[in-house]
Each structure stands twice: as C-alpha cells, then as structure tokens.
Write a protein that binds this ligand. Structure first.
Ligand code: T46
Length: 148
C-alpha cells in the first residue's frame, strides 16, 4: 500500500475554461457513496485528527491549498494539495490531519461509505493498536491460533 497515493484526474481545456471529471470505479477504486466539502475554513483551523476503520476517501483542494499529513502507524507523509486535478487517496486505518489552509480554500472529499460515527477512531493510541493489529499475520494452528 502506498501511503497517500496520488490520483490524477483528466482535464478538458478550451477558451471557456477547464473541466475536470471523476468517475467512481474508474478514477477512484471504489464506488462513491458520499461527497462532502469543507469551505469557510479559517486559515488557522486544524481538521481531521482521526482515522477510519473501513472508510476510504479521496481528497481534493478544489480551490486554494492546504496541508494533509498522513500516518499509517509506520510511516508519516506530508502532502500539499493545491491542484484541483490531483487528489490523494486515504485508505482505511490511516490517521489524517489537515491544516495550513489558504484563504478561501475549498476541500472536496469522495467517500466509499455513508457517514458513520462508529467508523471513526479519534484516539491516536487506539489507532496505533488497530493499525498494528491489521498488519499482524493471522495466527497459524502451529502457534495455537485458530485454523484458517
Ligand atoms: C475526514 C476529513 C478529511 C456528518 O454529519 N456527515 C459527514 O459526512 C461528515 C464528513 C461529518 N459529519 C459531522 C460529524 C461532525 O459532527 O460533521 C461534524 C464535523 O466532522 P469532523 O469533525 O469529522 O470534520 P473533519 O473535517 O475533521 O473530518 C472530515 C471527515 O469527518 C473525515 O472523515 O477524513 O474530513
């Protein structure tokens, strides 16, 4: 898994301006179940600060810019988003933080599932435990674990 894989969207440009589109299952790997956007964000706001158990998302800066910091429990990566044609895939069990918003920044998020508060992990230690649990190979019968 690549932490924060970049997604390049097509652009169709003509004298009237640029048009970019995104199709679920084609440009993003999942069917899009929800779209939400952040706007009127104060430049000193800090958003995120959580991970998701199952949800995958792709995040775009439709306007302006912001910093996205990702952490999968092993690696940490900072990505600046400022191009509406470039999104970042945030897979499940990835801690995310967003800050350094420019004035008037608009963030669009494509999500694989409807909103579900039970899917959030808002405690960093609980996130590290869940990420380490997922990374662990399944117990084999020789180790006394359940047969697979
Ligand atoms: C994420 C980052 C990038 C809803 O009722 N429905 C929704 O679809 C969403 C996204 C949020 N909410 C409620 C839950 C909270 O009461 O809106 C409130 C603010 O949400 P939150 O504090 O989670 O917002 P952010 O910007 O910190 O995080 C959001 C997403 O929740 C999260 O999944 O990855 O944007």
């Amino acid at each position: 898994m690549t932490l924060g894989r970049l997604i390049d969207l097509p652009v169709i440009s003509d004298p009237r301006g640029d048009l970019t589109f995104v199709e679920g299952g084609r440009h993003v790997s999942f069917d899009i179940a929800r779209i939400y956007y952040l706007y009127n964000v104060p430049v000193d706001a800090e958003r995120g600060g959580h991970a998701h158990r199952e949800l995958s998302q792709v995040v775009f800066a439709l306007s302006g810019s912001f910093r996205l910091t990702l952490d999968d429990g092993r690696e940490r990566r900072e990505i600046w988003l400022r191009d509406p044609r470039k999104g970042v895939l945030i897979e499940s069990l990835t801690w995310r933080e967003m800050d350094a918003f420019s004035q008037g920044a608009v963030v669009m998020v494509l999500a694989s599932h409807p909103y579900d508060e039970a899917d959030y992990i808002r405690d960093h230690d609980a996130f590290l435990a869940a990420a380490s649990e997922r990374g662990r190979p399944p117990a084999s019968p020789a180790d006394g674990g359940a047969p697979t």
